[in-house]
Design a protein around this ligand. Structure first.
Ligand code: GRF
Length: 200
């Protein structure tokens, strides 16, 4: 059975959606470890309640790579095959990426390459786009720049606020993150340049 490692910093609703799909047998893997760099992360508490292995590794005041080395050591300890960032508010060091080449996924609440970084829903509203959405992508050394695995489109409504828009995007996030994980786990993709395509 393939092993997932989840990294989060907060609420953890994407983690919970993944956990539900693992539980339901829709993702052919187990969650080996849930880690957070924030002690009070709700997602970490939920993982404990579910009986999953959890670790809190503080990031504050640490060099980026020093922190990443601690995280990678734990991922190795739990023999993680695929790392899923789920609201993990940190940029990964080149060291981390090298340790898990093409084995780190992230979910972003916009149609990349539009609106990378923080407050993507607010950025989309303020720009005035009529459609936004979410993106599952492989993580590279940039901020939300890695090859795109899957996306979902969400219309922007005239009376949307960043909060109402975020809720509808989140519903799609919860659906497509698991799809992206399955694709990567099944080894069903090849990567040509930036394009993630089905294996021939
Ligand atoms: C989500 O909007 C995700 O796209 C972004 O951070 C948020 C995390 O939410 N990367 P949650 O912690 O999964 O509820």
């Amino acid at each position: 059975m393939k092993k997932l490692g989840i990294l989060l910093s907060g609420r953890g609703s994407n983690f919970e959606a993944i956990a539900r799909n693992v539980q339901a047998g829709k993702i052919p893997a187990e969650i080996a470890i849930v880690m957070s760099n924030k002690a009070g992360a709700l997602g970490l508490a939920r993982a404990k309640e579910m009986g999953l292995a959890t670790r809190f590794i503080p990031s504050q005041g640490k060099e980026r790579e020093a922190f990443d080395r601690e995280v990678v050591a734990v991922l190795r300890e739990f023999q993680v095959d695929l790392v899923c960032l789920a609201g993990f508010m940190r940029i990964l060091s080149p060291y981390f990426i090298r340790e898990f080449p093409r084995r780190v996924l992230n979910i972003h609440p916009a149609l990349l390459p539009s609106f990378p970084g923080e407050e993507a829903q607010r950025q989309a509203l303020e720009y005035g786009v009529k459609f936004t959405g979410c993106t599952v992508h492989l993580v590279d050394e940039g901020v939300d720049t890695g090859p795109i695995v899957c996306q979902a489109v969400v219309p922007v409504l005239d009376d949307d606020t960043p909060e109402t828009l975020a809720v509808r995007i989140l519903n799609e996030e919860h659906r497509i993150y698991s799809d992206g994980i399955c694709l990567l786990l099944e080894d069903g993709v090849r990567i040509e340049g930036r394009r993630v395509l089905p294996k021939l």
